[in-house]
Design a protein around this ligand. Structure first.
Ligand SMILES: [Zn+2]
Length: 398
């Protein structure tokens, strides 16, 4: 069985809640009908019986750097295939390959090769590239190479955009840097989402950036400021919302959190999801080069990292910074339920429908209504993965 005609779902995620006993019919890689499961369901080839299971839409990740020691910086198609296979077979059917800060010649070459790769329709849907850097704050470089950071530069940005041949979907930058507002206006006028990240922006600087078109926050709470005390011109210490406070306060802003249990305290996820509903919070894996790797020391893809047995990675530069996560997005969904207390319905929504909305893919991704792409996961009751389907085709079975 490879191409499916019918999927019989015991419980099926829909935007309104879980529906029971639904027969999905697929044609040409899309959902073409929803019906009640008939008394004598079809049992022939092309039918997947998941009447004892939970069916959810394929997951959508806005930030994936790599896996298994490989990274999208590496300029090797075989490495890209390995990364895609790792995330796709774990349930991430759509994602943005992400490139981090590097020197111009390296980054331009990476963008060109990766753009070609995305356009060539690999097994997962790769709707474009997330460019995270190099216009980031030296104060918040985290695992990025501080020596390769740049101030906002229209000409350099134009070279990046040309190299990527229209494939850049999100640019993460630090909006307080000189010249950033012009870049934000330029990028948003081209339909590219501009996101604040690796930034020391104050609330006032974030307001100016949002007025210029910035609409997103990258891995809120990491490489960015939480509400804190800061000196005011009057001489006393006032309160400064920082980037996290700006996300809380400004309805125009949406953002992502890395839900691995280490990057963002799980106790804050459910209240943030409630505050930012319906479209303001996305969960991401921010899977790093070392996602899926056993404990040890690794270098590559602009990153030197140590993977710890407890399931997190730190940057090898001084060991004080987390270096992106080691998980997949389905694991973030599970941790959303087990650590953050989200309902399964909400955790799935934040990892499918909401990111699809921000990528302009809401018609075809992030739900399983008629007309949507037939991307879905079959989960057991304990949320272990039974099967991944991409565009109507079974791509992995446990
Ligand atoms: Zn980052």
């Amino acid at each position: 069985m490879n191409v499916l005609r019918h999927l019989l779902a015991g419980q099926l995620w829909s935007p309104a809640g879980f529906e029971e006993s639904v027969q999905l019919t697929f044609a040409a890689g899309r959902v073409c009908a929803w019906d009640a499961i008939p008394p004598h369901p079809p049992g022939a080839d092309g039918v997947l019986d998941a009447r004892d299971a939970i069916v959810i839409p394929g997951l959508v990740d806005v930030q994936v750097n790599g896996a298994l020691g490989w990274s999208f910086q590496a300029q090797h198609r075989a490495h890209f295939d390995a990364i895609v296979a790792h995330h796709l077979t774990a349930g991430t059917t759509t994602f943005l390959p992400t490139l981090i800060t590097a020197h111009e010649t390296t980054l331009t070459a990476s963008l060109a090769l990766l753009a070609d790769y995305c356009a060539a329709s690999p097994a997962a849907t790769l709707p474009g590239i997330h460019l995270e850097g190099p216009f980031l704050s030296p104060e918040k470089s985290g695992a990025h190479d501080p020596a390769a950071l740049r101030l906002p530069d229209e000409a350099l940005l134009a070279r990046f955009l040309a190299a990527a041949n229209g494939q850049i979907r999100i640019v993460t930058l630090a909006p307080e840097l000189p010249g950033a507002l012009e870049l934000i206006r330029n990028l948003t006028s081209q339909g590219i989402v501009v996101s604040a990240g690796h930034t020391a922006a104050t609330y006032a600087q974030m307001q100016a950036a949002v007025d210029a078109g910035l609409s997103f926050v990258t891995h809120a709470g990491n490489a960015s400021d939480w509400p804190h005390r800061a000196p005011r011109p009057e001489g006393f210490w006032g309160s400064e919302p920082g980037l996290v406070g700006a996300l809380l306060a400004d309805e125009r802003l949406s953002g992502s959190v890395i839900l691995d249990g280490f990057h963002f305290h799980p106790a804050l996820v459910a209240p943030l999801a409630k505050l930012k509903a319906p479209h303001g919070l996305v969960i991401t894996s921010d899977a790093s080069t070392v996602a899926g790797c056993p404990p040890g020391e690794y270098s590559g893809g602009g990153l030197i990292a140590t993977v710890h047995a407890a399931g997190y990675a730190t940057s090898g530069r001084d060991g004080r910074w987390l270096a992106g996560s080691t998980i997949t997005l389905l694991e973030a969904v599970r941790r959303g339920v087990t650590l953050a207390g989200l309902s399964l319905h909400t955790a799935v929504e934040l990892a499918s429908a909401v990111p699809a909305h921000h990528l302009g893919l809401a018609e075809r991704k992030g739900h399983l209504g008629v007309g949507a792409d037939a991307d879905c996961l079959v989960l057991n009751e304990d949320l272990s993965l039974r099967c991944v389907i991409a565009r109507g085709r079974v791509v992995s079975e446990q």
